[in-house]
Write a new protein. Structure first.
Length: 461
């Protein structure tokens, strides 16, 4: 009996010890209070416009808002305050129980002009000698609203010139001043953007510009430009944060994921009154070839078409027994009615001795070439076409490149076999403005889908 009682006692003690050692559920932890959010600040001995902040609050994460448009993360951080004035610094801490915020005011006794004499500030604002600030407008030359990488000239997949913009966007002006880091949106009545949830609208703007400031800062290795109080550039969505892709005395290129559909937009601006030079691409005599079994000597780009450059040959017969070809898909729908692939050469083509383009194409019979699945009212074409079009264009005209293009269309009468097509541009031998080659299969301005195969593209003497 004594043995039995001892056993029960041991079980009770073990249970007690286990309960006492149980880890507290973090979800049941108490949330922090504002009073717990405390921090210290000390002025840098060499430069009192640099302030060192240290969180003395509990928590595993600390986010800072310095009240001057800049932020930071960390238990110990530094803030830069070039301008004299009072700043409300906010600290938000995160614990297992939640988050809390508190703030206090710090004073910067004097403006530090050395901190304002930065090259990027001077480029953006005109510097301390230009007290009225520097006004930027959209570039009147070349693509000013484009997708893709600016390094590729803004023609990776889509681009527009200033003349192609809506009227309420063309006259926008934006002034950046070094005095107080002031930003003014001078959009003259309306700007392009979102109005009551509807995209691509002319959004009315207040007669008196909203009081706003600008800030240039580094974030994750990128140079960023932000505007306060919901002010924006180019696209009114109340989210004025941009990546700065290029900033010089006479050119500002900003990037944003936005603007009337998924994708990245780049906007190019120049100082008001400045006339950018038209830079012509070099003129070259070069062969072009891509057999898709090996790397070609140029790069294909896609404009709405789905393009696979490493696809198994679906029919190794006749004139094409190679292992690899390219598959070209024209998707269904109005959004893809002008789908194509293109070559942005980076130079102007010399057509005086090389003006014949050849390629092989395979037109599958399983495509539906008869159904009228929708088309533009003005288009004479209502069905998927058994054809290949090759166009030569001047990319400097951006969205208006089609107005001066040279196009050759070849009809294909045989399906389910490889056919070689020749596109003769000898009539354009004297033209010196073409720097882009567009290939379009199945026609355009209709909404019908199709799958095609392409091989052995070449421009040769």
């Amino acid at each position: 009996m004594k043995k039995y009682i001892s056993y029960i006692t041991l079980l009770f003690l073990a249970a007690f010890v286990w309960t006492g050692c149980e880890v507290e559920d973090p979800e049941l932890a108490s949330p922090p209070t504002a009073e717990q959010v405390t921090f210290t600040h000390t002025y840098d001995a060499a430069n009192p416009n640099i302030v060192h902040f240290k969180s003395t609050a509990p928590g595993f994460k600390a986010l800072w808002d310095f009240g001057n448009g800049t932020t930071a993360e960390g238990m110990e951080v530094d803030g830069a305050f070039p301008l004299q004035g009072d700043y409300t610094v906010k600290l938000t801490i995160y614990t297992a129980g939640g988050s809390a915020t508190n703030s206090k005011s710090i004073n910067i006794a004097q403006t530090n002009p050395v901190m304002l004499n930065r090259e990027d500030y001077n480029f953006l604002t005109g510097g301390a000698s230009q007290l009225e600030g520097k006004t930027w407008v959209f570039s009147p030359v070349g693509p000013m609203n484009f997708g893709g990488e600016p390094a590729a000239g803004g023609n990776n997949w889509w681009s527009q010139t200033l003349n192609e913009q809506n009227d309420c966007m063309k006259d926008d002006e934006y002034t950046f001043s070094l005095a107080g880091f002031k930003f003014e949106n001078k959009s003259k009545g309306a700007m392009w953007g979102i109005d009551n949830g509807a995209e691509n609208q002319c959004v009315p703007q207040p007669a008196t510009p909203v009081a706003s400031t600008w800030n240039l800062y580094e974030e994750d290795g990128k140079t960023m430009l932000s505007l306060s109080n919901g002010e924006t550039i180019a696209w009114d969505d109340n989210e004025g944060v941009y990546q700065v892709m290029e900033l010089s005395e006479n050119r500002l290129v900003i990037r944003k994921v936005c603007c009337g559909g998924a994708g990245v937009r780049n906007y190019a601006l120049v100082p008001k009154g400045y006339n950018p030079p038209i830079v012509q691409k070099p003129y070259k005599v070069l062969d072009l070839n891509d057999n898709f079994d090996e790397a070609g000597n140029f790069t294909w780009s896609k404009d709405r078409a789905l393009f696979n450059e490493n696809f198994d040959n679906p029919a190794q017969l006749g004139i094409n027994t190679s292992d690899k070809v390219a598959r070209y898909i024209k998707p269904a729908g109005q959004a893809d009615e002008f789908a194509n692939i293109f070559i942005d050469l980076g130079y102007r083509i010399d057509l005086s001795t090389r003006n014949i383009i050849k390629l092989k194409v395979f037109m599958p019979s399983f495509n539906d070439y008869t159904t009228m699945g929708g088309a533009e009212d003005w288009s004479p074409v209502k069905t998927l076409q058994k054809q290949v079009s090759v166009k030569l264009q001047n990319s400097l005209l951006a969205g208006n490149a089609w107005t001066t293009q040279a196009e050759v269309i070849q009809k294909v009468t045989q399906t389910d076999q490889w056919v070689e097509l020749t596109f003769d541009f000898s009539a354009q031998a004297a033209r010196t403005d073409f720097d882009k080659i567009v290939v379009q299969i199945g026609g355009e301005a209709h909404f019908n889908p199709g799958i095609f195969y392409l091989d052995d593209f070449r421009l040769m003497p």
